[in-house]
Design a binder for this molecule. Structure first.
Ligand code: UZR
Ligand code: MG
Length: 247
């Protein structure tokens, strides 16, 4: 423990000051290509941190609902482009959550390409906030809110196979339209926007949810950080020396 004065900010580069530990939740960004296993990785982290308050925010929830003319030509709509998301609203929600407020998160319907007009998901303040999505590292403002950035790196053939299964079983699509969309939008946007954002990651997990060792290491690190958080609550005038972490 050190008595040097901490700086007060949302700590970038996975470092935390006593100030940020005291007042703000730990924010984790989880990115990666479509069907890479992002949701599985998040679920595993949440499961292992069962004794902490953890909340999961999906970037998918912030898809803009399609306007009637866009709905008519839905096959020409690029859902994999950064502009498909309402990033302003995502930022606003994240900032409120980080400041300890309860927020309402929109509910997006993947079959209708619309947001629910009358229902929201109510999310309470937490110790850990996980923000998950294909493009959560794209916007600098969103990136700057994160204390740890994880990129789930899964081979493209594995992702495409999973994507076909998911879209036909869960999202009511036929296989031809899935393949057409993949070639026209999903793959080019992965190359143009998702892959370039991998450079911002602190931790890269190969093979996604199958990689138990990586998830154990991440959870161990989080437990250390959250332990420091508890310590700061008990001894608010004592500062924690910053530590770094790499896999
Ligand atoms: P994940 N998506 C849809 O299929 N329909 C929509 O209404 C909105 C989004 C897809 C989107 C992207 N692309 O590849 C994927 N398309 O959801 C991102 N086409 O979700 O990270 O869970 O794969
Ligand atoms: Mg997902």
């Amino acid at each position: 423990l050190s008595s040097s004065s901490p700086t007060s900010s949302l700590a970038p580069n996975s470092t935390l000051t006593a100030d940020s530990l005291l007042n703000q939740p730990f924010v984790i960004g989880v990115s990666g290509g479509t069907a890479s296993g992002k949701t599985t990785v998040c679920d595993m982290i949440i499961q292992q941190l069962h004794d902490h308050r953890v909340v999961l925010v999906n970037q998918d929830s912030f898809y803009r609902g399609l306007k009637p003319d866009e709905l008519e030509r839905v096959h020409e709509y690029n859902f994999d482009h950064p502009d498909a998301f309402d990033t302003e609203q995502l930022l606003e929600c994240m900032k409120q959550l980080i400041s300890g407020q309860r927020v309402k998160i929109p509910i997006y319907d993947f079959k209708k390409h619309q947001r629910s007009s009358d229902s929201f998901r109510q999310v309470n303040a937490s110790d850990v906030i996980i923000l998950e999505g294909i493009l959560v590292f794209h916007d600098q403002g969103v990136r700057d809110l994160m204390n740890m950035k994880i990129f789930v790196d899964t081979d493209a053939d594995v992702r495409l196979a999973r994507r076909i299964r998911r879209d036909t079983v869960e999202r009511g699509r036929d296989i031809n339209s899935v393949l057409e969309m993949y070639a026209k939008f999903v793959k080019p946007a992965f190359d143009d926007f998702v892959l370039p954002s991998k450079k911002y990651a602190d931790v890269i997990i190969p093979r996604g949810g199958d990689n138990h060792v990586a998830i154990d290491l991440i959870v161990q690190h989080l437990r250390t950080k959250l332990g420091q958080h508890d310590l700061c609550k008990i001894y608010p005038n004592v500062y924690v020396i910053q530590s770094t972490f790499q896999i």
